[in-house]
Every structure is written in structure tokens, then in C-alpha cells.
Design a binder for this molecule. Structure first.
Ligand SMILES: Cc1cc2nc3c(=O)[nH]c(=O)nc-3n(C[C@H](O)[C@H](O)[C@H](O)COP(=O)(O)OP(=O)(O)OC[C@H]3O[C@@H](n4cnc5c(N)ncnc54)[C@H](O)[C@@H]3O)c2cc1C
Length: 292
């Protein structure tokens, strides 16, 4: 039997087409499962065949190698159903966080406003415990559905999901998130929408949304902000090849055109060295890499 329907596997697909950095060479197989069952079967097959694989959501926190990836990239974009439920929202892993926030707003449910404008998927956001403006996935999720590397199905209460700052059990144990149930509170729709609009406006004024990037490159260090430390080193506008420390937000590295993965990695190392020298803080990367 076919693992996936016709057209659901692309060969030699450039990863640059699927990452917000617009960087990354071709992967051998780019698979687009449509259902949880297809995803589970695919994981089981890939594991048995010994092929390397990688889960990709919306590719907004991901730096892919210029050489690409000799294996299977499984992208979750087609698993994107969202349903409003009593007191919450159920969303499949490939649904966008912004759409989930809109769905909650439409049902007058509060608690997901922070996710509006985070450009990732529900799965990627859960694995990363994405957050903004005082909220994070750990606060809003109540139940997470996932697959182990063999494709077996499980579900776990959010409080047992090992959420920490930009981290989760799913990330640490290489588990595949298939869907998330968010538990939200009833609110006033106008207030919910105002909050979302306010967050979007703050992003527009503070972040370089006109250029390809993967958001904040570094995790927040114990005391303070990575962007402030980088700015204090005078690194805004510092460039290697096509990669540049954003002049608008020092925590972002932007692709100003033709940046390679190598450019970005070299710039990351330069920034880390300078910040360490000047402030004694060793910045840790938030973005993930594939094939590097
Ligand atoms: C302009 C911009 C602004 C951003 N602002 C924020 C912000 O405010 N807050 C914030 O936290 N982040 C922010 N980000 C980063 C990014 O959007 C988040 O980390 C987001 O949650 C990543 O989701 P994704 O679907 O794009 O994941 P991807 O980049 O595709 O993947 C990220 C990681 O998750 C894994 N993964 C993805 N889906 C699954 C799955 N279903 N199961 C298992 N593993 C999976 C991948 O293997 C990878 O390790 C921003 C990025 C950009 C470009």
C-alpha cells in the first residue's frame, strides 16, 4: 500500500522554499502527510528503513545547511485542521499559531492572543514552547497529542509535558507533536481583538518583518536580553556575506539577499564571541539547525 497519496512526496525540494530564512539546499525527500495516520505510518517506515528524518513545521525557527539534507523532511503543513470546542481550541500540528489565535478570538476565548503574530505552527510552537508578551504555549495548552519515533500514539497533560523556557519534553526526546488542545477562558471579543492588534503593531515597529529571518537567534540569557547585549557591542548592521545583524532589532539576523547558511553560522559565532568578550555572557542559540 502507498504510504502517502500521489504528489505528497517531493524529490530534491529546496529547503530555502520552506524556511523563513530563505536558506537551505535540497533534501532527498520532502513529505507532506495529510493525516495523523499517514504521519504515523511514515515515521514507522522511515525508522525501519534507517533513513534520517526531520520534522518541519513552518520553518520559522530553522537554519538549514546549504548542502541540504540527505534524508526525509516531513513537513506538517497539511495537518492543519482547527476546531473551536467548549472552552478551548483543538488544533493540528501544522495549523498556524496565528490562525489558532484568530479561531479563539472568533469564539470569544481569551488566552491565545500572545500567539498571534508568531509565524510558526502549533506543533513547532509547542515543541519550542513559543511565547511572546508574557504568554507562552505552556500556559494555554492543556493536552498534547504526540507520536514516538516508531509512530505510536500518545497523549499527555500539558503539566507533564516538561515545558521550560523555549523547550519541552517533545524537543528533548525527539517526539512528534500531532495536535494540541488549548484550554481558554471566556472573554470579550473586542478586548481580545484589541490585544492581538496591539501585539501585531508592536511586532511591526520592533521587528525587521520586511526581511527573511528566523526571529530571535538567541535565547534570553539569565539577566537581561540578548538584543541589548548585542547592541551594546555595536553589532547592529554587522554583516558576513548576505547575513546581517538587524539594524532594527539586534536579536535578529536577517538575510539581506543571497545569505548562505555558512554566512549565518559565521555571524552567529562572531556575535557570541564579541558578547562573551564584552559582557562575559555566553549566548545560547534558540534557532534550530538541520544538516549542519
Ligand atoms: C519574524 C519572526 C518572529 C518570531 N517571533 C517569535 C516570538 O515572538 N516568540 C517565539 O517563541 N518565537 C518566535 N519566532 C520563532 C518561531 O516562529 C517559533 O519558534 C515557532 O514556534 C516555530 O514554529 P515552526 O512551525 O516554524 O517550527 P520549525 O521552525 O519548523 O521547527 C522548529 C523546531 O520544532 C521542531 N518541530 C516542528 N514541528 C514539529 C512537530 N509537529 N513535532 C515535533 N517537532 C516539531 C523542528 O524539528 C525544529 O526543531 C519568530 C520567528 C520569526 C521569523
Amino acid at each position: 500500500a502507498r504510504l502517502l497519496p500521489k504528489g505528497a512526496v517531493l524529490f530534491g525540494e529546496p529547503l530555502s522554499k520552506h524556511t523563513s530564512f530563505r536558506i537551505g539546499g535540497p533534501c532527498d525527500y520532502f513529505a507532506l502527510p495529510d493525516t495523523e495516520e499517514e504521519l504515523a505510518n511514515l515515521l514507522g517506515f522511515v525508522r525501519q528503513s534507517g533513513l534520517p528524518y526531520y520534522l518541519m513545521g513552518n520553518g520559522t525557527n530553522l537554519l538549514c545547511a546549504d548542502e541540504g539534507f540527505a534524508g526525509v523532511v516531513i513537513q506538517t503543513a497539511r495537518l492543519n485542521r482547527i476546531m473551536a470546542e467548549d472552552g478551548g481550541v483543538y488544533a493540528e500540528c501544522g495549523a498556524s499559531l496565528t490562525r489558532a489565535a484568530y479561531e479563539a478570538a472568533a469564539a470569544s476565548l481569551t488566552g491565545l492572543e500572545f500567539a498571534h503574530g508568531i509565524p510558526g505552527s502549533v506543533g513547532g510552537g509547542t515543541v519550542m514552547n513559543a511565547g511572546a508578551y508574557g504568554g507562552e504555549i505552556a500556559d494555554a495548552a492543556c493536552e498534547v497529542f504526540y507520536l514516538d519515533p516508531a509512530g505510536n500514539r500518545f497523549r499527555v497533560q500539558a503539566k507533564a509535558a516538561g515545558f521550560a523556557y523555549r523547550s519541552s519534553r517533545f524537543q528533548r526526546e525527539a517526539l512528534t507533536v500531532t495536535a494540541v488542545r488549548f484550554k481558554l477562558r471566556e472573554g470579550r471579543q473586542t478586548e481580545i481583538r484589541e490585544k492581538m492588534a496591539d501585539y501585531a503593531e508592536r511586532r511591526r515597529t520592533k521587528q525587521p518583518l520586511d526581511l527573511p529571518s528566523a526571529g530571535s537567534v538567541f535565547k534570553r540569557p539569565a539577566n537581561g536580553y540578548a538584543s541589548a547585549l548585542i547592541d551594546a557591542c555595536g553589532l547592529k548592521g554587522c554583516r558576513i556575506g548576505g547575513a546581517c545583524v538587524s539594524k532594527k532589532h539586534a536579536g535578529f539576523i536577517v538575510n539581506t539577499g543571497g545569505a548562505t547558511c555558512r554566512d549565518v553560522l559565521a555571524l552567529i559565532e562572531h556575535v557570541r564571541e564579541q558578547v562573551l568578550k564584552q559582557s562575559g555572557v555566553l549566548l545560547e542559540c534558540e534557532i534550530k539547525t538541520l544538516g549542519v
